[in-house]
Design a protein around this ligand. Structure first.
Ligand code: FBP
Length: 559
């Protein structure tokens, strides 16, 4: 292997840990079944849509004393959606389990996300191929994509490709949307006697694919540690130069888990949480007031610098923006059918939009800076979502705060100097070297996915629990995907989808921010986590997130 850094060479040698129950051998497992399950909401509708896969039990694995034989299986794997550190280890774990079960088994990787299975684009893995990617970040082993897998035609094409390769199981590594697709595909395969199993794996740095059974999605641990390291570095710089306010937008499409965790690790002066903004019905104006007052108070204490953390999805949680964006989405879906609209200059588009939006929404739209208006018109993703990573909310806030501070100065309420820097941390963390936690967790998820396949299950999500304990005490098993579903409106229609987990405002994680934020706003309580993935004693490298420790009522370590 060429062009490897010393750290890459070192990480290739890392041996990920497995739960004790899986260490006895992939063919020596007992499957323990719990009782029948129900979806989180809308039980009757979900049951009707998933006639064959609804209501199955949660399962766990225990090491067995006997060894069974394993029939030959060909398995296909797909990486779906945004990158998250550890995806390569899911594939490595799956591959190792599959080859241990029977060396004649084959693993195929579909290229470029779900479109790979539809179009029959694939590679076959072997030892050499897999070995180059162990413990590395990224999804470049086979690439990823955001194609939605949901139509009859796509399912039929996928079936034909699987039959050609003699594939009897497909593993989909993805977030809530991708695992919703996994459940639909699993149901369709059963309903059409395809004899092909589908297993999902919980991925997303956003940390919003979690519930009583899934403690955290993979990638959250590494991404938050990476962002915390970067925020810590900026805090040191701010505290040294004492001349800039740094506005840092942090990735996480909808929920604010990533921003919250990064803030708990670094203790910045201001942290906005989208879920709180929505619950408290905070308007954009009241957010500007809240932030400007802190900036003015710090300036009174001679501090013309600070750090503000802004969750990526904020704009969609500000009530008047949410209403306006929803109105804008409907309007754009009509306007974009007319090809002449696409060719218009932005200024002309703004005029048409302002004249066609409802009066209140038109007012909100018109009040935005040109840059933000243009960004709001960019293409939606395949799931119909605004691509919030492309909307520079941090710059919007800076501009509005500048104006507000100017007004406050005139009124004698502010006497400082406001210089700002805008940052967006997202892509810096999504493909980072997986932390030891994510390397172990992902390998276990992949290994466990094969155990679920080997035991004949379909429509299940690979689950590994008890994650604040050492890996040997982790509990491996599976949960029926339908258990996490409810009905939601998508593209104007009610659809079955996995319920997203937002930050719980009455939970211990948000409470820790709430209890400390006044202190952190005025006093500089900055923490500098550093490159904690690998350096330092293992007690530090292997700490789980503050979020998981608080959620599982552990005595906080490392905070
Ligand atoms: P997934 O939900 O697919 O894991 O993706 C999450 C994410 O990283 C979000 O945090 C972010 O908004 C989005 O992907 C950005 O993706 P893209 O670069 O494709 O717009």
């Amino acid at each position: 292997m060429k062009n490897l850094s010393p750290l890459q060479v070192e990480r290739l040698k890392y041996q990920p840990k497995l739960p004790a129950s899986l260490l006895n051998g992939i063919n020596s497992l007992n499957l323990i079944e719990g009782s029948a399950t129900e979806s989180v909401r809308d039980q009757e509708q979900i049951k009707e849509l998933f006639k064959n896969t609804y209501g199955k039990p949660v399962v766990t694995f225990e090491a067995a004393s006997t060894k069974s034989t394993s029939e030959i299986r060909n398995v296909g794997v797909i990486l779906s959606g945004g990158q998250a550190p550890g995806g390569h280890n899911v594939i490595a774990g799956l591959y190792d389990a599959l080859k241990l079960a029977n060396p004649q088994n084959k693993l195929y990787g579909f290229l470029g996300g779900p479109s790979g299975i539809i179009e029959g684009q694939y590679v076959e893995f072997d030892d050499k191929f897999i070995d180059e990617y162990r413990n590395t970040g990224g999804f470049d082993i086979i690439g990823s994509g955001r194609t939605k897998l949901e139509t009859q035609e796509q399912f039929e094409k996928s079936l034909a490709v699987c039959k050609k390769l003699n594939i009897s199981a497909v593993v989909i590594i993805g977030g809530d949307d991708s695992n919703t697709n996994a459940a639909l595909l699993a149901e369709w395969f059963v309903a059409n006697n395809a004899d092909i199993q589908v297993i999902g794996c919980p991925k997303t740095i956003d940390g919003d694919l979690k519930n009583d059974q899934i403690e955290i999605s993979f990638g959250f641990d590494t991404a938050t540690k990476t962002y915390a390291e970067l925020i810590g570095n900026i805090q040191r710089d701010a505290n040294s130069a004492k001349k800039y306010w740094h506005f840092i937008k942090i990735m996480g499409r909808s929920a604010s888990h990533v921003a919250l965790e990064a803030a708990l690790q670094t203790q910045p002066n201001i942290t906005l949480i989208s879920e709180e903004v929505e619950q408290e019905k905070m308007s954009l104006d009241s957010i500007i007031t809240y932030m400007s007052n802190i900036i003015a108070k710090r300036a009174n204490n001679g501090k013309n610098f600070g750090i503000a953390i802004i969750p990526e999805g904020l704009i969609e949680f500000i009530p008047e923006m949410k209403t306006m964006i929803s109105n804008l989405n409907d309007l754009l879906s009509t306007l974009e059918k007319d090809s002449s609209f696409a060719n218009l200059a932005d200024a002309e588009k703004f005029e048409i939009i302002s004249s066609k939006l409802d009066a209140d929404n038109a007012k909100v739209f018109s009040s935005l800076p040109t840059l933000i208006k243009s960004q709001l018109l960019m293409d939606r993703d395949p799931h119909g979502n605004v691509q919030v990573s492309r909307i520079e909310t941090e710059k919007l806030l800076i501009e509005m705060i500048k104006t507000r501070l100017g007004e406050m100065k005139k009124n004698g309420e502010y006497n400082g100097k406001f210089s700002s820097q805008a940052h967006f941390f997202g892509y810096e963390g999504r493909c980072a070297f997986p932390s030891n936690f994510d390397a172990d967790y992902c390998y276990s998820l992949g290994y466990n996915a094969f155990a679920l396949i080997n035991n004949g299950l379909t429509g299940y999500l690979s689950s590994v629990k008890n994650l604040t304990e050492p890996a040997k005490s982790w509990i491996a098993g599976g949960i029926p995907i339908t258990m996490m579903m409810n009905m939601e409106k998508r593209h104007g229609e009610m659809k079955p989808v996995i319920q997203k987990a937002l930050v719980k405002l009455d939970g211990p994680v948000f409470k820790r921010l709430k209890d400390n934020r006044e202190d952190w706003a005025m006093n500089d309580c900055y923490k500098f986590p550093g490159a904690i993935q690998y350096f330092g004693p293992t007690e530090v490298c292997d700490l789980t997130t503050v979020t998981l420790q608080l959620e599982q009522s552990k005595t906080l370590v490392g905070v």
